[in-house]
Design a protein around this ligand. Sequence first.
Ligand SMILES: C[S@@+](CC[C@H](N)C(=O)[O-])C[C@H]1O[C@@H](n2cnc3c(N)ncnc32)[C@H](O)[C@@H]1O
Length: 282
Amino acid sequence: MADLFAGIGGFHLAFEQAGGEVVFASENDRHARTTYEANFRSRTPGLFDTSQFAGDIRTVDTADVPDVDVVAGGFPCQPFSNAGLRRGFADARGTLFFDIARIIDAKQPGAFVLENVRGLTHKDQRHSFTRIQRILTRDLGYSFHWKVLRASDYGLPQARPRVYMVGFRDPSTEFSFPEPVPLEFTMSDLFGGKVDRVIGRTLMASWHRRPLSDPHCFDGYLVDGEPRYLSIEQMCRLQGFPDGFTFPVSEAQARKQLGNAVAVPVAAAVARSVVAALSSCG
Ligand SMILES: C[S@@+](CC[C@H](N)C(=O)[O-])C[C@H]1O[C@@H](n2cnc3c(N)ncnc32)[C@H](O)[C@@H]1O
């Protein structure tokens, strides 16, 4: 699997759980790279020893990307320009999605798994979403399945609606998104006290400590009537990262990285469905 926009490796953990192995990753933020390497070097030494841990994806030469079965990534959302609708996927030039498309085009993986904020499917960004879909299907020849999945439908007490996009090089490959599963714990379990909501708010990357009364406060809760804020360990659990996952960076960076990450059980459920679909079509 190629782990693009790798962050701290949510997709890495997800595909590992689905029986996969990451052989290439790209992440350009030095703090995220530090966390990624600290957690994955001992598990996948080859990724670091053979310099397959690239930085800025815009400078990656596709000849340096190994053959992979799956390209996965949660890419930063950028609007597409209105110009040049007829130039195929070159229309996306200047967006980070273009770099995903050129790697898929060059490496022809069996499948891709992309993740983004739900807003990409909303009316004001629908134009970009349509272009993404058109490039992957019409220009690159892949199938395209999409669905908004919530972390709370895959065991975690966090809303986090995200659009998942999955496609196969063989467009006849049968695929359906994984069925929801019950919550594994609640916000009260997480805090060890009574919280008035069962499912917590979506973790965000832009973190500032705010009073609980602030509508932009996403990490503070009334627990047994007292204000409490999520610790890094509690944020890890809300995102499905394993206990023991380490953050050799500042607290602010750790909170930003967790807010940016993919919810691992959701990505892992999708990864298992993708691996099953790829296996069934041989
Ligand atoms: C939404 S986050 C993805 C987080 C990841 N899925 C995880 O589980 O941690 C997007 C990531 O893309 C990285 N990024 C942004 N521009 C990039 C570029 N030009 N090349 C490589 N990585 C980039 C950001 O630093 C950020 O970590």
